[in-house]
Structure formats: C-alpha cells, structure tokens
Design a protein. Structure first.
Length: 574
C-alpha cells in the first residue's frame, strides 16, 4: 500500500475488519444452511430415509449454534463500552470555545464535533458516544455515524494560550473526517462491542451461568485477535489522515504548543503527587487544581532555565477565557480528579470537603503534620517500643535551668510530675530523661532514635498506616461506573523507612511552628513546606534522614538550634 493516503489505508483496514465480522456471521449460519439442505432434500424425496439420523442431528446442532450465535451477537450489540470520565461543557457555557472549534472544523473541511467535554488529564482525543440502541444495525445495515465528542485535557485550558490550544486541537478535530466514513465507524463499533463483551464475560465468569459467559469470552477474544492487526493499522491511518489535513493550520505554532504539552504534563504530575495527593489522603480535595497548574508552572519558569521565556506567554489570552465560568468548570474537574485518581469523595462521608489554596497550609499541611506527629508519639507509647538506655549514657545531674525547662514541658504535656516537684528533684541532685508515655517533644524523638531501633519503629508505623488506609478503602467503596475503576496509583507504596522519615519530619515541623514562630506553607512543585521568617526551609531532609538511618542526631540538633526550636517544649498534636 505504498503511496496510499492515510484515509485510504484506514478505509481498507476497516473493510478487512468488516470482512472478519461477515466471516463470523457466515460461520454461524453454515450449520443452519446445511440443515436447510437436508430438510428440503428429505421433503422432496431427493434424500432417502436412511439420512434421517444425520438430518435431525444437523438440525439440532444448527439450532444450538444459532442460539449461541444469537446470544453472542446480542451481548456484543447491547454491551456498552466504557466511557471516559469527563466534565461536559455546554455550548451556552462556552460559546467562544465552540465557535473556535467550529471554525477550525470548517477550515479543515471536516464535520464539527457534536460536543466538547473536559478531562482532568493532559491529553485530548475524539470519543464516539453511542446512544442506547444505536448498535442495532451493527451486524448488517449501514447507517450514518454521529459526529464524535471532542475531549480536551483541562490543564491545557488553563495553561495554554488561545492560539496554542487552537494549534494543538487542529489534528484532533481533523480526525472527525475519517470518523464520518461509514466503514470506519462500523469497524470501530464492532471492535468496541467485542471489547465490551469480553469485559462482560470476564466480570461474570462465576456462578451457574459461567460456561455461557466463558464461551462468550472465548468467541470475543478470538474475533479480537483476528481484528487486532487491522484495527491498529486502521487507527494509524486515521491519525496519518488527520495529520495530513491539519498541515496547513497553524503548523508552526503547533511546535510551540507541543512544548507546552510536555511542560503542562510535568506540572500536572507534580501537582497531583505533591499537592493534591496529601490532601486527598486526609479527606480534602483542592477545588482549583487547574489554576494550581498555572501557579506551579509559573513557579517552574522562574526556577528552571529550561523553562525560561514561558512566563512571558502569560500576558496573552489564556484558553480558559473561552469558558463563561472557568472557576465552576475547574471545581468540577478537580472533583472528578479526586474520584478518578483517589477514589473519592463518594463513599468518604461528611469529612470529604473542598479546600481552596489560601486555606491549604492551615487546613491541610498543618493537619497532616499534627496527625503524623501524633502517630509517631503513639507508636513511641506502645508497650515494648522503648529501647533501654545504657547506664553510661544516662546523665546523673543536670542544671537547675534545664530541670526547670524539662519540668515545664512535662507539666504542659500533662505528666504526673509538676513543675515544682521537678525543681525540687533537680536541686536534690538528679533528673533523668526517661522515655515517658505521652511526652510529645522533639527531644524524646531524637533521644529514642539516637539509641537505635528505627527498623522497629518503621515497622510499627507501617502497620498503623496500612490499617488506616485499609479502613479508608473499605469506607470508600467501589467507584461509580466502569470508567472510574480501578483507582490510579499515583505513587508507589511508601517503605517503612520513608514513612518513619515523614513522621519525624512532621514532628520537627510541629516543634518549629509551636516554639520557633515558623509556619506551614505550600510549595507549588514540592507540596507541604516549612516557612521560617517567611522563607521556605528546604534543608531539613538530610538531618532527619541522618537521624533515622544512622542514629546521628548532631546534624538535626544543629538545625534545630539554628532555627530556634525548643527541644523540651511539648508540641500540639491536635
């Protein structure tokens, strides 16, 4: 097929798929045809009575094959392929966007998409939406296909400029041309029906009727294997045809738009994993994720030399201006992202609520730190978690000033020994630092980890976190609709050492906030951040890691001293 156009390749491969469909239909009707020949031959006397046994055997077999073929055809016709999770955008709420897409389709000389929808992801495509009963003629008569739906990645709407979005959508909209071809549309419907039927068979492969669904799955998979190569070539031909059509529309600007696609994807990924995921885990969903993408990428353009010049684009008209109410659309896309990537908020109960960016540090970051610090103290309080201190490491005497400081911290934590009793004990000669339950101080954490046993603490924290996540998953329930399941795994599971490091870091941040005037903050690219004197402190990771992995507390003590953290003062856990 050298020299053949992309649309020609797509049509020829679509006809190959339809021939496989016709062959399957012919095979299903072959026993019935043989039965008709035998019955007619017996009725006319051309076939004697000696053929009666064979004749009725063939008739019985033909009936069985027809029933099975009819059942398979019915399931394939009625099976509804999974629909991508999207946020519908009515023409009345985005007339400028619809006008731009329509003008683009007119210039490309292709049908205009039937509607526009947004998806919380960095991708754009055409999607055929078959209404109920639309597949009735799939195995036979041809019908005129409806125009597909244009699905646009919501981060593109906020980060890209209008001209860039137009250039990006040109080859996508051009794909409506091949989609309007009846043969290509019929081949796509057939393949989608087979795929959906195979999914139905897999989902219902148990129970009393499992042999029937097993047969259905076998037939569907057999036909899919036969169609796979032709379908792949057909879609490649459609893509080539769309690219050919779009060559004359904003071709130079499309290169710039593709650069923005890569940048938007990077910013979206960082925003989901570093900013949205911590909020989702605690039952809050950021309500302006797409606006957050703009903030994250603007911040990246200031930090990364590879992104220099991108910030100057922000003076041009953003694509989200094509929407009448971009804030409402952003909120709907953000809610869908929470359902799609984390499985919520449906099934989470009243604790699931939106949070805006201004409230994120206080309502998300600070609460995460407090809850993780509380879990760390709870683990330290568990029986058998303490590591005995060697006698040579126990201080025999401390100064009266330190004793007073210790007494105040213990009184603040609700311990049995009051401040006056501690002062008297100090004057008497000795005050020890036991690993006392309930003492929520960073000094206790440092003292415990410097004596070893971080593996045991990591295992205990891992167990607690696993139980909490299992409880959340049980309360969450299945996502509604096959298109929302399974929930995407944004990050690999955290190791015990990583969890322990996170919880120790949270304890340090709580101590810095409570005793040194620090504050919780939000870094658009790295998520929760500790602000000291209004500036982010990004140098905490190594001292904490040194303590957790090596039991070396000196770097962390130096860091705490530089920031002004009081080690013996209790922190607020709730």
């Amino acid at each position: 097929m050298a020299g053949e156009s992309g649309e020609g390749v797509a049509r020829s491969r679509a006809l190959a798929v339809l021939r496989i469909r016709s062959t399957a239909l012919a095979v299903a009707l072959l026993p019935a045809a043989a039965a008709v020949v035998l019955l007619v031959g017996g009725a006319t006397g051309r076939i004697g009575d000696s053929w009666d046994a064979l004749r009725w055997s063939v008739v019985g077999g033909a009936l069985v094959v027809l029933v099975l073929a009819g059942a398979v055809a019915a399931v394939v016709v009625r099976a509804r392929p999974a629909v991508s999770p999207t946020v519908p955008v009515a023409e009345s709420s985005a007339p400028d966007l619809y006008r731009m897409v329509h003008d683009l389709a007119v210039r490309l000389q292709v049908p205009t998409p039937s509607s526009i929808e947004l998806t919380p992801d960095c991708d754009s495509w055409l999607e055929d939406r078959r209404p109920d009963g639309a597949g009735a003629g799939r195995w036979g008569r041809r019908r005129e296909p409806a125009a597909p739906v244009l699905v646009i990645g919501s981060p593109f709407m906020w980060w890209m400029r209008v001209a860039e979005l137009r250039a990006l959508l040109a080859p996508v909209v051009a794909g409506t041309g091949p989609s309007a071809d009846p043969d290509i549309a019929a081949a796509r419907r057939f393949i989608r029906g087979l795929d959906a039927a195979a999914g139905v068979a897999s989902a219902r492969s148990r129970g009393l009727v499992w042999p029937a669904y097993a047969f259905l799955g076998w037939v569907a998979r057999l036909l899919l294997r036969g169609c796979r190569a032709h379908a792949a070539e057909m879609e490649r031909g459609v893509a080539a045809s769309a690219s050919e059509r779009a060559q004359a529309v904003d071709y130079g600007l499309r290169i710039v738009a593709q650069e923005q696609v890569g940048l938007a994807y990077a910013g979206w990924d960082r925003l989901l994993t570093r900013v949205a995921l911590p909020a989702w885990r605690m039952g809050r969903w950021p309500s302006r994720l797409d606006a957050g993408v703009v903030a994250a990428l603007t911040d990246l353009s200031r930090r990364d030399r590879l992104a220099e010049g991108f910030e100057s684009r922000l003076g041009e008209r953003p694509a989200c201006d094509l929407l009448e109410e971009p804030g409402t659309v952003d909120e709907a896309a953000s809610l869908l992202a929470a359902r799609l990537f984390h499985g919520g908020p449906e099934g989470h109960g009243p604790d699931w609520s939106p949070v805006d960016w201004d409230s994120y540090p206080e309502e998300v970051v600070d609460r995460i730190w407090r809850s993780e610090a509380a879990l760390l103290i709870r683990v330290l309080d568990e029986p058998g978690s303490a590591v005995p201190r060697p006698e040579r490491d126990r201080p025999a005497v401390i100064t009266v000033q330190t004793a007073e400081h210790t007494a105040e911290s213990r009184a603040g934590a609700g311990l049995l020994m009051g401040g006056q009793a501690a002062r008297q004990a100090a004057v008497a000669g000795s005050v020890d630092f036991p690993d006392e339950p309930g003492r929520a101080t960073i000094a206790r954490v440092i003292d415990r980890l410097s004596r070893g046993g971080s593996e045991e603490l990591a295992a205990r924290i891992t167990g607690h976190v696993a139980r909490e996540e299992a409880a959340r998953d049980a309360n969450r329930g299945p996502a509604t609709g096959t298109s929302l399941a399974p929930v995407y795994q944004l990050l690999p599971p955290r190791t015990g050492r990583e969890l322990l490091t996170e919880h120790v870091t949270a304890m340090v941040c709580c101590a810095a906030v409570d005793t040194a005037g620090a504050a919780a903050g939000l870094d658009w690219l790295d998520g929760p951040a500790l602000l000291v004197n209004g500036s982010r402190r990004a140098d905490l990771a190594w001292p904490v890691l040194r303590l957790v992995e090596n039991g070396d507390a000196a770097p962390l003590r130096s860091w705490l001293t530089a920031v002004g953290v009081r080690l013996e003062k209790p922190v607020r856990l709730v």
